[in-house]
Design a protein around this ligand. Structure first.
Ligand code: FAD
Length: 426
């Protein structure tokens, strides 16, 4: 991002804006003339899109400082592109569509309808610029084992060593608010007994999806934690827009009702282990990812790199993901594979599947928190909850991204820790 800021320095931004306008006029004429070949046509379109984004940045963000992206967050991204000269062809061109599908940016039940895509302009612009220019080594990484194993087990191990005590199988059902903060936390105890979250699997300390140990039903399924006795400060990672009932006691505090109503969307994920390799399936793009394909399954990643960590014998491993359509078809994946999949995997046969894991994420914190126009300013900062002893963390809070992603969740956790430390050291 500093690279761009340097390039588009404030004093010369007006001149650069005029230069970009002229370049856009040239490219618009070129694209109007049309090209027989796909390659040059795509190159001209990509250059136009890049120019329009750069021009918008120079006009709306850059003169107002590097953190001025929020100035345009009241606008929908495609409307903002149109303001800076994009036509309909460009606003729903495949790369733009792919950006919306990757970000689950469709209103629930409308992922077949392009006009139902909605993401705040500043959020989208910032992500695009980070993706394009502000990454280290690569814009995205593929894990070498499961996310639980690679990310959460090491964190768990470090925290355990530092003396942190973990209690699993507890669900917060509500808070009780006093004059000076949270006085009580109500919990539902789901299971008690010995639970070993980490197991050793193929040389990796792995985090299994099902609890390992000796667990049983609790005799007392309800518990109350009291301030001063059980806790002093609450750092909540429970996503408020997904489980508003947990935060019901806070709903009348300034800002909270908007947070509790932030939009979320259900998603679908399918993982398929297949006997053939990618090449044998007829896929010609090598190990890669795509997004923006035909609903109901629009995004795919080759995850065959995980196969050495798996027990399943397979030639390739595929992850598919998308927003969940409102109308649930019986077997959406099979339907998709019959209709649109063959263009990508022409040699696919159902009997080539070794194993399939399919799930929908529809309730509670399974849901994905979205970033449509007007929601960035609604997001809470981690230490500004309006409750003296409550801090919040998660991808639903205000971060430099303010969009659902692992990066935002990590940044939010760091900001929450900083806010907490600052308060405690006062
Ligand atoms: C299908 C799908 C694919 C995705 N792919 C990517 C990707 O490729 N890259 C990327 O960066 N991001 C991706 N994301 C987004 C990413 O998963 C989220 O942004 C991230 O997990 C948010 O982290 P978080 O800690 O804020 O919330 P969560 O991960 O949702 O954690 C919240 C925690 O709170 C717990 N909880 C909920 N309710 C209660 C309660 N009442 N009491 C106690 N605990 C509770 C939950 O069990 C959960 O452990 C994807 C999301 C989805 C849905």
């Amino acid at each position: 991002m500093h690279w761009i800021d340097g390039l588009l320095d404030g004093e010369v931004s007006a001149q650069r804006g005029r230069l970009l306008d002229r370049l856009d006029a040239v490219l618009t004429r070129l694209s109007a003339r049309g090209h027989a070949a796909d390659g040059p046509r795509r190159a001209v379109r990509m250059a136009r899109l890049g120019l329009i984004v750069a021009r918008g940045y120079v006009h709306d963000v850059q003169p107002h400082g590097p953190d001025a992206f929020e100035r345009i967050d009241h606008l929908e991204f495609r409307d903002w592109l149109r303001l800076h000269g994009a036509d309909d062809e460009l606003t729903w061109w495949a790369p733009v569509w792919a950006f919306y599908t990757l970000g689950f940016a469709f209103r629930e039940g409308f992922n077949h309808d392009p006009e139902a895509g909605s993401i705040a302009a500043g959020v989208a612009l910032r992500i695009l610029l980070k993706f394009g220019f502000a990454y280290r080594d690569a814009p995205a990484f593929r894990m070498k084992a499961g996310m639980g194993d690679i990310v959460f087990t090491p964190l768990y191990d470090v925290l355990r060593k530092r003396g942190v005590r973990f209690k699993f199988h507890r669900r917060v059902t509500g808070f009780e608010l006093g004059d000076d903060g949270i006085e009580r936390i109500d919990l539902q105890v789901l299971k008690v007994g010995r639970h070993e979250p980490v197991i050793c699997h193929k040389g990796v300390r792995a985090w299994p999806s099902e609890a390992v140990g000796e667990l049983r039903e609790p005799k007392r399924p309800r518990r109350r934690l009291r301030r001063g006795q059980d806790f002093d400060v609450v750092l909540s990672g429970t996503p408020a827009p997904c489980v508003p009932q947990v935060y019901a006691a806070l709903a009348d505090l300034p800002g909270w009702s908007d947070v509790l109503e932030m939009p979320t969307v259900a998603t679908r994920a399918v993982q398929i282990w297949m006997r053939p390799t990618l090449e044998q399936l007829g896929w010609e793009g090598g190990s890669s990812i795509f997004s923006g394909y035909e609903p109901p399954i629009d995004s795919w990643a080759d995850m065959s790199t995980l196969l050495p960590r798996e027990d399943v014998q397979a030639g390739s491993l595929h992850y598919f993901v998308s927003c969940l359509p409102e109308v649930l078809e019986e077997t959406p994946f099979d339907w998709w594979m019959a209709e649109d999949g063959p263009l990508l995997f022409p040699n696919y046969e159902k009997h080539d599947e070794v194993m399939r894991y399919e799930r929908t994420n529809t309730v509670g914190s399974e849901r994905y928190v979205q970033s449509p126009p007007g929601t960035t300013s609604v997001r809470l900062r981690q230490g500004e909850t309006g409750v003296a002893n409550l801090f919040v963390a998660g991808d639903w809070t205000r971060t430099t991204l303010s969009a659902g992603s692992a990066d935002a969740a990590v940044e939010s956790g760091r900001l929450a820790a900083e806010a907490l430390i600052e308060q405690q050291s006062r």
